[in-house]
Ligand binder design. Structure first.
Ligand SMILES: Cc1cc2nc3c(=O)[nH]c(=O)nc-3n(C[C@H](O)[C@H](O)[C@H](O)COP(=O)(O)OP(=O)(O)OC[C@H]3O[C@@H](n4cnc5c(N)ncnc54)[C@H](O)[C@@H]3O)c2cc1C
Length: 363
């Protein structure tokens, strides 16, 4: 019998264990992971004053820390110096390997796929393809058992990315956070992360009511065509649910965490910093009391914003442009990173395009 079984050796599980085992080193923990191979993708996060320092807390190093960001559409280009903040990009595989290697003497791991879980009064029974295990508590970062979002009016963030090596030299000090493309029925933009003079990750992203990868691939191909490509380094692809109804859920003994546990910010899909901050705050919490709570005001603003993207996708880019153009960049970053002051929120609300937001609110 284990004290705790964790399904998934992914981001949220390891961020949690790294903090929790600091305070609960006597726990008998088993990680069950279906795949030895670690997914190849990049994950990014804001860093700076007031935000959890990911290098200090987790020993992970950013592949790139941008001090400038840009946001644009066909008419306007805004470039901002974001110091003392930075926008950091991490190699997911490297993050997982670094945190896992710091934990591997304190946990057991088996590579097998969990096929069912059953909660009993005193324990949880976990069945994999080959074995059966019992534990006092179960933390799951996958949706084997759970909740469906059950929200017809939800959006999906879906994206395809290609890391390319290019023949010409290009500038690599700025992260292109969003360059909006023309689209009537979804929010559509390119997100470009240049790593150095010769390599850049181009990601084409849509916030849509349905997922249309075929169409997105075509647009992505056009976005890649403007570069003089020497080599394709790697590709990535993903879907993230965007809904304030995709909520955290737990029972007496089963705790859902991560993307499937409703940890991602509804309006952006960002999860890394949220999961890291939650893990740090809860390192002393008893497993029976562990919950993930959204900040109410941020959640309310996300709801209005998501409605605006849902009902007025063609106008949504003006909300983003105004957000970055009319506000102090530090306020915007604190807002996006979940630590806005009341002053930040009031300023952001005042500078939000009123007509779109009010219409979205009453829909
Ligand atoms: C391409 C991509 C880019 C992203 N970029 C960002 C970003 O820039 N910033 C950000 O904050 N967020 C980003 N996200 C969102 C989110 O942070 C990541 O998806 C993150 O990996 C989610 O962590 P997790 O713990 O929920 O899931 P994962 O990290 O995916 O971990 C889940 C683990 O569970 C294992 N597993 C699944 N089912 C089973 C089973 N039945 N039995 C055993 N093991 C199982 C999986 O193999 C996996 O290892 C991105 C997502 C994608 C897909």
């Amino acid at each position: 019998m284990y004290d705790l079984i964790i399904i998934g050796r992914g981001l949220s599980s390891l961020l949690f264990l790294k903090q929790y085992l600091d305070m609960h080193s006597d726990l008998k923990v088993l990680i069950i992971e279906k795949s030895k191979k670690i997914e190849s993708k990049y994950i990014s996060s804001w860093q700076g004053p007031g935000l959890l320092d990911l290098t200090k807390e987790y020993g992970i190093q950013a592949d790139k820390a941008y001090k400038k960001i840009s946001i644009s559409n066909e008419n306007i280009a805004i470039k901002k110096n974001i110091l003392p903040y930075s926008y950091n990009t991490y190699d997911y595989k490297h993050v997982i390997e670094t945190i896992f290697s710091s934990l591997k003497d304190s946990v057991e791991i088996i590579y097998d796929q969990v096929v069912s879980i059953k909660e009993m009064y005193n324990e949880v029974n976990v069945k994999t393809k080959k074995y059966k295990f019992q534990s006092q508590y179960l933390i799951s970062s996958t949706s084997i058992d759970q909740q469906s979002v059950n929200n017809k009016k939800m959006l999906f963030q879906y994206f395809v990315g290609t890391k390319i090596q290019i023949k010409d030299n290009h500038k690599h000090d700025t992260c292109q956070l969003m360059h909006f493309l023309q689209s009537n029925n979804e929010v559509l933009f390119n997100y470009n992360l240049p790593f150095d003079q010769k390599s850049v990750l181009i990601e084409t992203t849509a916030f849509g009511k349905k997922v249309h990868f075929e169409n997105l691939e075509k647009i992505h191909k056009k976005s890649l065509a403007v570069f003089n490509i020497a080599k394709i380094i790697k590709r990535e692809k993903g879907i993230i649910p965007m809904s304030v109804n995709h909520k955290f859920h737990r029972t007496a003994r089963i705790i859902n965490i991560g993307l499937d546990g409703g940890f991602a910010r509804p309006s952006s899909g960002y999860m890394l910093l949220r999961a890291a901050q939650w893990s740090k705050i809860n390192k002393n919490t008893n497993l029976k009391d562990l919950v993930f709570k959204e900040k109410k005001l941020i959640n309310f603003l996300d709801k209005i914003f998501l409605k605006a993207c849902y009902y007025y996708p063609d106008l949504a880019n003006s909300i983003f442009i105004k957000l970055f153009n009319s506000n102090d960049i530090a306020s915007v970053i604190r807002f996006l990173a979940d630590i806005p002051t009341l002053y930040d929120i009031v300023k952001i609300l005042i500078n939000t395009p009123k007509k779109i937001m009010i219409n979205a609110l009453i829909k």
